[in-house]
Every structure is written in C-alpha cells, then in structure tokens.
Design a protein around this ligand. Sequence first.
Ligand SMILES: [Zn+2]
Length: 115
Amino acid sequence: MSISNYTGHHDFIKETLRLEGAIILGYKECGDGFLVQIKMERKPQCCPECGCEITHVHDHRERIIQAGTINGKPVWIQIDRRRLRCASCGKRFYEDVPFLKRYQRITVPVQDDES
Ligand SMILES: [Zn+2]
C-alpha cells in the first residue's frame, strides 16, 4: 500500500481531525479505515524544569492513537513525536501535542517515561 501525497486530502484530514500544528506526511488504508502519518511543526519549546529554550532533539517516539472516524471509517493517527532534552539541566520531555489529549492512546509500543 502506498502513501498518498495528494495534498488536498491532507488539508481535509487535518481540518476534520483538528490536528492543530501538525504536518500530514501521508495516509494509507489500514484494515477498514485509514492510518494518517503526521509530525508536529517545529516550534520553540521551553524546558518545563528550568525554562531554557530547547534546541536539542533527543530522539523520536512513534505512537498510534485512535482518532474517531472520517466518512464512517475509523482513523488512526501515527505520530512521530519528538523527545527533547534540555542542554542546561538535562530534563527530558516530549514536545507538546495539543490534540493528543483528545484522543485515547491505543498502543504504546515502547517504554514510556513521560510523566
Ligand atoms: Zn532545563
């Protein structure tokens, strides 16, 4: 199955799922529904511990969340979420994804030290 890069669909998906600040990388059919691949637009983040601006990306964590339906078909979001590390105090934390709280996580594929 190939990932579609038809950007008209990307805008539709982004609006329908209200993925504020996300970049749609592509989507594909997945069982009865769709899997949408996204990442977040890069923007300055501040360390929750010491307030320093973070520029260093520690690593990435892939996560799949259920995001309701489009046209009656279930939709999952696969997000490549950046984990950041503060160069000043060493605190590691995930970038903010505003819409993530709306959707329930269905899989946590890796160990997760998010507080
Ligand atoms: Zn810090």
